[in-house]
Design a protein around this ligand. Structure first.
Ligand code: CP3
Length: 341
């Protein structure tokens, strides 16, 4: 098996540098669209054979060094009793939004072996299929990011309901966060027991907070998850999108690897994370629209900066966009491998 990804997670410098891309399975791939034409997104997530097939597509088509489970961070919210739908062109919708103790009282903890068994079955299929290939990454949403979807009822620009609860109903906010945190510990623990060889916690919206509110309202919960899972012995990645101002706090999260978006370059990030940090990132996904020569220069710069870290896993600074030509994604992966060999 190609275990460069796991080696790098554990702090070993590898040649070539391992690469995988967030949203590497997704709408930009015609092979994904073909399956998506027959099943809606949630059905794909809940049908282990389909979820496994889609997970494997980028491994076989692009040559990435890790597979990431095909699912969504919002899946556990449904298992907790929230209504979840994905509306075409509108993104996720959660009903009812949780803004009062009454709405909170509908939610409950989960038993992953029952309520999320389709995810665990997908992982078991994948470990068989991937045994000679690459490691499998499991994942979950970080509590603050999941709470924003639960409280806003979907995607938002202002986060006004979330911040309103944080500042005017702190007891309710804490209750929501504690429940999500407990569920996430059980969920990731079950993913690891089913065969996930690393896990990533996605904190897509942690970056909207001030340092103080991130520390008290988001990081304490993420840290509780990393500490609870430490003994499981698999590498844990923490990705706070748009979190450049938070990196010296993120450093103390208990994660083994720190994901970086493109706004903060690796050298600058290491000043906050410490030179002994393992980092993952951080090409702006839109740079994949560059011509080959220009793209090569930008990749070389990131690889060069990655040498300053204890170890580096190449990734994008956020997910692959549906508009990006698959050939460019494949080209980028080839260039990363070639330049770092
Ligand atoms: O990375 C992968 O390849 C693994 C699968 C994965 C998906 N979503 C599949 C997906 C992962 C790891 C996620 C994480 C996720 N989901 C995050 C955190 C990372 C990030 O992007 O910031 C968030 C915030 C979500 C919530 C979510 N899921 C939204 C807001 C949307 C709608 C917007 C969009 O991009 O479509 C989704 C849908 C979604 N999740 C799709 C996929 C492939 C598109 C579904 C489709 O086929 O229509």
């Amino acid at each position: 098996m190609n275990d460069n990804f796991l080696k790098a997670c554990r702090g070993e410098k590898t040649r070539p540098v391992p690469v995988w891309f967030m949203r590497q399975a997704g709408r930009y791939l015609p092979e994904y669209q073909q399956i998506r034409g027959r099943a809606d997104f949630l059905t794909m997530c809940k049908t282990p054979e389909l979820a496994a097939e889609v997970t494997l597509q980028p491994v076989d088509l692009l040559g990435v060094d890790a597979a990431i489970l095909f699912s969504d961070i919002l899946i556990p919210l449904e298992a907790m009793g929230a209504g979840l739908t994905f509306k075409e062109g509108r993104g996720p919708v959660i009903t009812p939004p949780v803004r009062s103790w009454d709405e909170f009282s509908i939610l409950h903890s989960v038993d992953p072996q029952k309520d999320l068994i389709f995810v665990l079955d997908t992982i078991r299929i994948l470990r068989k299929e991937l045994s000679e290939k690459v490691p499998l990454i499991g994942f979950a949403g970080a509590p603050f990011t999941l709470a924003t979807y639960l409280i806003e009822g979907g995607t938002t620009k202002s986060f006004v309901h979330t911040k309103k609860m944080l500042f005017s109903k702190p007891d309710l906010f804490r209750a929501v966060m504690n429940l999500i945190t407990d569920v996430t510990i059980k969920y990731l623990s079950a993913q690891i027991d089913a065969g996930a060889q690393a896990v990533q916690l996605f904190d897509t919206w942690g970056g909207i907070l001030t340092r103080q509110d991130f520390r008290d309202g988001a990081l304490v919960y993420a840290r509780r998850i990393f500490h609870a899972l430490k003994d499981k012995g698999v590498p844990m990645i923490y990705f706070v999108y748009d979190g450049g101002h938070l990196l010296d706090l993120v450093r103390h999260s208990g994660a083994d690897v720190f994901g970086l978006d493109w706004r903060t370059d690796i050298k600058t990030a290491l000043k906050s994370l410490g030179q002994d940090a393992v980092v993952q990132g951080n090409l702006d996904p839109c740079l994949l629209f560059l011509t080959e020569d220009r793209l090569r220069e930008r990749i070389a710069e990131i690889l060069y900066q990655g040498l300053c870290a204890k170890a580096h896993i190449f990734n994008l600074g956020h997910g692959v966009l549906p508009e990006i030509p698959p050939d460019k994604v494949r080209l980028a992966i080839d260039i990363i491998h070639e330049l770092s060999s």
